[in-house]
Design a protein around this ligand. Structure first.
Ligand code: F0G
Length: 405
């Protein structure tokens, strides 16, 4: 069974049908969200199926007769991290490792649903602007579906692994001499002139796939954690995860919800700045800059939804420096064996900072969402790690060489 659904404007409440191609409200230009008829089904019943995005079929508003475009996404590990917990200063810490998805990031959860939706609407071409991961994921799912794919990337600011993926999966890649925000504006304008389906996170159907991350945390833990930490860029993911927890709550599967903690990089923190100042409206950062290129975004389209997620959940927000991000990335890798890209490490760095500043109690159980794989951005890793020791074949390998600092 799939749930019946419709689109609703989060500002004026105007509704649109699930078969309409519409990204923002035609009445007031605000964001849309998917409303579903919440099913009454137990977790136990769904647990009989493969552990993946589609285990939660009753919550995913894709009609039964649609052929699902899938690469077996979701079902990612939730690692208990005791050594890292000590470093962070928190009682209990888990990492939800989204690097284990088919293209190495959480975007695959959204794309399996978004590209299936594109096919069901009869689209022949899909497109996105991206800081890298969305383009890698969309390129792969478009290939799987036999659709044409166009991606717009900020020139010279996309990690090499992600660019390689988009190119190899056959997307037409346009490099824009500007940042992500400029590229997104361009692709949205193009969608009015050309028959292409946009799969940025402004597309509310994509978020329906991403909300399954919340379902999986409940499935894996068997209870509700106190805090869920999420790195924020365009702010779609934190909104999607919060929607997932809310839907499980309404359906009666859980009896409370966690607090959502959104983390941005200091050089690209328009939402955290806005919340810290107590402003009602977001002031974009014109020249966002951070080593975590995935979240190098100055004007996040989904900011109103992220504000709802943080406020409704009684949650938190924080910004972290590039140094804090790199340190967290290194410790996640060395203390736990989990390889994540810099943006992912922002969740752990943010938690450490919030605990040190007494914003969050150390006496909690937290889940940090680590959104992308270490291999996405090998160039950054090489820059911040020690060089290998190079020796010639005639040199005798001695313990001194191995033990040298
Ligand atoms: N982490 C990673 C690794 C990402 O790639 C992104 C977003 C985020 C976190 C933030 O998620 O935008 O939903 O708040 N990457 C997008 C992209 C923007 O184009 O790949 P968000």
């Amino acid at each position: 069974m799939y749930p019946k659904s419709r689109l609703k404007c989060i500002n004026c409440g105007k509704e649109f049908g699930s078969d309409e191609i519409v990204y923002v409200c035609r009445n007031c230009n605000s964001l849309l969200e998917v409303l579903i008829d919440i099913p009454r089904i137990s977790l136990k019943e769904m647990a009989k199926r493969e552990f993946s995005v589609w285990r939660y079929r009753e919550f995913i508003p894709i009609e039964e007769d649609c052929e699902v475009v899938t690469l077996r996404e979701g079902g990612t590990p939730l690692y208990e991290c005791n050594r890292l917990a000590k470093w962070v200063g928190v009682k209990k810490l888990y990492i939800k490792y989204e690097g284990a998805n088919p293209t190495g990031s959480f975007k695959d959860r959204g794309m399996t649903v978004g590209v299936t939706k594109a096919k069901s609407l009869g689209s022949k071409a899909v497109a996105c602007a991206s800081t890298g991961n969305t383009s890698a994921s969309l390129a792969a799912y478009a290939a799987r579906a036999g659709l044409t794919c166009y991606v717009l990337l900020p020139a010279h600011k996309v990690a090499l692994g992600k660019l390689a993926q988009a190119l190899m999966h056959g997307a037409k890649v346009i490099s824009v001499r500007g940042n992500f925000d400029v590229a997104l504006k361009m692709v949205m304008e193009l969608s009015q002139k050309m028959d292409i389906y946009i799969l940025n996170s402004v597309n509310p159907w994509r978020l329906e796939g991403q909300k399954t991350l919340a379902f999986e945390i409940i499935d894996q833990l068997n209870h509700v954690p106190d805090v869920v930490c999420v790195p924020m860029g365009n702010c779609g993911n934190i909104s999607a995860i919060w929607k997932g927890f809310k839907e499980f709550h309404i359906s009666g599967i859980i009896d409370k919800t966690p607090k959502m903690f959104g983390v941005q990089a200091e050089g690209a923190a328009p939402l955290v700045n806005m919340l810290k100042r107590g402003d009602k409206v977001l002031t974009p950062v014109t020249h966002p800059e951070t080593i975590a290129t995935a979240i190098r975004i100055g004007n996040p389209v989904n900011w109103p939804k992220a504000v709802m997620a943080i406020k409704e959940s009684n949650g938190f927000y924080e910004a972290v420096s590039d140094e804090e991000i790199i340190e967290a990335q290194r410790l996640i890798a060395t203390l736990e064996g989990i390889g994540v890209e810099p943006a992912s490490a922002a969740s752990v760095a943010g938690l450490k900072k919030a605990i040190a500043n007494n914003i969050i109690s150390k006496d909690i159980e937290a889940v940090c969402v680590c959104t992308g794989h270490l291999l996405k951005d090998p160039e950054e890793v090489i820059k911040v790690c020690n060089r290998p020791i190079e020796i010639t074949p005639d040199v005798k390998l001695t313990p001194e060489i191995l033990l040298a600092k």
